[in-house]
Ligand binder design. Structure first.
Ligand code: PLP
Length: 370
């Protein structure tokens, strides 16, 4: 069985620790596990070539992406559909810039803060769909609103951050149907696509009937293999017209691909499936421990289908839960950042001992007294 290696972070070189140097980091969405050895070796070999000239994107990188999309999502894609981008968010911004610099953009809330604030910096009117109580995206009323609003773009986050929901086929097909007669483009940020903890399979937007030629799907090995600092992602765009416009816009506004990112991506996608399975086992176990612990507290938590982010309801707990945790040495994210005050987001992608420190703190501070 592949072993996961814990890492020790330093405040000088990791955002996770720099923001709250005195606290154990459970806020930013990266992991306290080392990147798989196969990726480290591939990157080391590339470094030893001794230069970082402008990279060419080798055929093998496209092949590795095709291989991954087929294996992970049962999605057969053509090489031509793939556009390498510097990172997921730059890909989302290029998608907006190239397809709909004006008009209305539909977004879900709560949402990853960089998506929630996406309309800033563009001449776009945001239209926010509140996720319903059970958290599912696209209720009938949302779909009706789409038809009435005629948005230039619908930006999906699937699986959702912070709520960890995986969109199902019916939801995505209903979405496709609702924009059938509109010029709306679906821009789907699927950065968390590989961190699936429940039974559902991830379905990329571009694989859905009716969305193939109306979508830009953004994927990345960044969350899956702890590569955020190396910065690499890709867009899958089956429609040639949308793709050409995207490429033209990227050349102008967001060019610059990391040579090491390409090497890391290829190695991850060809060599690290077993490592991912080991990671998912650990995350499922951590999620269970967290759930069991929080049942004994005033904090409300329902384990999610995806991501290593726990979305926790603190509204029935007295005082500022974020502050209390920080004072006790546990740094989480404040739900306000994602559009939901009264909630916190807790990253459980960490080794057992760190999780135990956090769960003991939860119990010390918030244990239910019967
Ligand atoms: C949904 C989502 N998209 C994008 C990102 C950032 O990805 P990248 O670093 O590749 O831009 C994050 C990071 O947390 C995220 O949660």
């Amino acid at each position: 069985m592949t072993e996961l290696r814990p890492i020790t972070r330093q405040a000088e070189n990791t955002l996770a620790l720099a923001k709250y140097p005195e606290a154990q980091p459970h806020w930013v969405a990266d992991m306290a596990f080392a990147t798989p050895d196969a990726i480290i070796s591939a990157v080391r070999k590339r470094i030893e070539e001794g230069h970082f000239s402008y990279p060419n994107i080798p055929y093998s990188v496209y092949e590795s992406i095709q291989h991954w999309c087929k294996n992970q999502y049962d999605w057969s894609i053509q090489k031509e559909w793939i556009v390498i981008v510097p990172n997921t968010i730059s890909g989302v911004r290029t998608a907006i810039k190239s397809t709909c610099p004006q008009g209305t953009v539909m977004l879900q809330s709560p949402n990853y803060n960089k998506l929630l604030n996406l309309s800033k910096g563009f001449h776009l009117t945001p239209y926010t769909i509140e996720l319903t109580d059970n958290g599912r995206p696209f209720t009938l009323s949302d779909l009706r609103h789409i038809k009435q609003t005629n948005p230039s773009a619908i930006v999906l986050c699937n699986p959702t951050n912070p709520t960890g929901i995986v969109s199902i086929q019916e939801e995505l097909e209903s979405l496709a149907l609702s924009i059938k007669n509109l010029d709306t483009i679906v821009i789907s940020d699927e950065a968390h696509a590989d961190i699936i903890l429940g039974q559902r399979r991830h379905l990329p937007a571009g694989s859905i009937k009716g969305l193939e030629n109306k979508s830009i799907t953004l994927l990345s090995p960044s969350k899956t293999f702890n590569l955020a600092g190396i910065s690499i992602a890709y867009a899958v765009i089956p429609c040639p017209k949308i793709r050409d416009k995207f490429k033209e816009t990227q050349t102008f506004y967001a060019s610059g691909i990391n040579a090491l990112g390409l090497v890391a991506l290829e190695s991850a996608y060809f060599n690290c499936s077993d490592w991912l399975q080991a990671l998912l086992q650990q995350l499922k176990s951590n999620q269970k421990v967290l759930h069991t612990t929080l049942r004994h507290t005033s904090l409300k938590y329902k384990p999610s289908e995806a991501t290593y982010l726990a979305w926790i309801d603190t509204r029935e707990t007295d005082g500022d839960v974020f502050d209390k945790l920080l004072q006790a040495g546990i740094a989480v994210s404040n739900g306000e950042e994602f559009g939901s005050p009264g909630w916190i987001r807790f990253n459980f992608a960490c080794p057992q001992d760190q999780l135990t420190t956090a769960t003991c703190t939860f119990l010390d501070l918030f244990r239910n007294i019967k």
